[in-house]
Design a binder for this molecule. Structure first.
Ligand SMILES: Cc1cc2nc3c(=O)[nH]c(=O)nc-3n(C[C@H](O)[C@H](O)[C@H](O)COP(=O)(O)O)c2cc1C
Length: 348
């Protein structure tokens, strides 16, 4: 049986809190401020609409990503198995949760290993970038990638979460140079990802300049990790500190635009509060190549792989109908479809 390590027990409480508590940010994604122009005569057939998109040399059947969540506990192993089964069946991408627990306790690796059920899926390994300032090297990153036969590595940036945790690792100084070393030495692409507070144009520019291949914006508007930490806090003062950040961060729509302005060529994954196919379609029209969701897929995968497949298929269908009504026959056309900003919707 898997050993209960401090990281594993933290991961268990993260899953429980995300399933049972209201951990939503007080901000919204900002995507609600945008709308497509309705096309009464789209001149395309609904069933001919092509949702496929190529990312890192693999073709996805829909521009969808199961955002990085978990691993390290028996419950997480079941969730990962359900998520991966669904990713394989529906042809979408999947990120595994932070693999630090398995790097430090190799017997936990199996809770992350889903390649056997998802032989064709685009799979992303995951580590906290901050570990590079606490002894991790490019070799640890290679081990995370090899452990799950990943196609790319996500380095997540969670400065605020670390700062409101009693056990947080907060020495962020000098991290960019270490991210640069990983980008230049790792044989697979590196994705920089937030965990729910988004990216400024300046930070996105720094990451693009050191060779990051993609940025997953994980903007504000969905799961708030300060709220998760608030529910986990054991002292009133720790709770108050975390609670103060309920409306912190750069909303997802703004983050996408920030990254696009910083580097028009970098791949953008939209995530953070994405809750529908229309949200994903809008994100693509703003510059993303795919959209990711964490919270909603966690709830489905905690039940079954079948429910996860039907959740994915519902989102997929909504993207397709949205593209139909907006007159976009494929993802490239969708990217070139202008959005109307709500502020100017009713302008004379
Ligand atoms: C239970 C749970 C665990 C998570 N663990 C990780 C993680 O290990 N690494 C990571 O990069 N992001 C992690 N995240 C953050 C998500 O990938 C995502 O960026 C964030 O939840 C915002 O997306 P959402 O609003 O769709 O939930 C986790 C999210 C959840 C719900």
């Amino acid at each position: 049986m898997a050993k209960v390590t401090p990281i594993s027990s933290r991961k268990s409480s993260h899953i429980r809190i995300n399933l049972e508590e209201d951990v939503r940010s007080a901000l919204t994604t900002g995507l609600e401020n945008y709308a497509f122009t309705h096309q009464a005569l789209p001149e395309i057939n609904l069933d001919d609409i092509d949702l496929s998109v190529e990312v890192f040399g693999k073709r996805l059947r829909a521009p969808l990503l199961i955002s990085s969540m978990t691993g390290g506990t028996p419950e997480a192993a079941v969730i990962n198995h359900n998520l991966a089964t669904a990713a394989q069946e529906t042809g979408i991408a999947m990120g595994l949760g932070s693999q630090r627990a398995a790097i430090e306790h190799p017997e936990l690796a199996k809770t992350f290993q889903v390649r056997s059920v998802a032989p064709d899926a685009l799979l992303f390994a995951n580590l906290g970038a901050i570990q590079l300032n606490y002894g991790y090297t490019v070799d640890h990153c290679k081990r995370a990638v090899d452990m799950i036969e990943a196609d790319a590595l996500i380095l997540h940036l969670n400065a605020l979460q670390e700062a409101v945790q009693p056990e947080g690792q907060t020495h962020f100084s000098g991290l960019l140079k270490k991210i640069e070393a990983v980008c230049s030495e790792l044989p697979v692409p590196v994705i920089a990802k937030e965990v729910g507070w988004g990216f400024s144009e300046e930070t996105a520019g720094l990451l693009a300049s050191v060779g990051v291949a993609a940025i997953d914006v994980a903007g504000a508007g969905g799961t708030s990790w300060s709220q998760v930490e608030m529910h986990r806090a054991t002292s009133e003062s720790q709770k108050r500190l975390a609670a103060a950040f309920i409306d912190w961060g750069i909303p997802t729509a703004e983050s996408i635009i920030n990254v696009r302005c910083a580097d028009p060529n970098i791949l953008i994954f939209a995530s953070g509060g994405i809750r529908s196919g229309i949200d994903i379609a809008k994100s693509i029209a703003l510059g993303a190549c795919l959209g990711g969701m964490a919270g909603p897929f966690l709830k489905a995968a905690a039940q079954s792989a079948e429910l996860t497949v039907s959740t994915i298929n519902e989102v997929r269908r909504e993207i397709q109908v949205c593209m139909f009504a907006a007159g976009a026959s494929g993802i490239i056309q969708l990217r070139n479809t202008p959005l109307i900003h709500r502020g100017s919707l009713n302008a004379p």
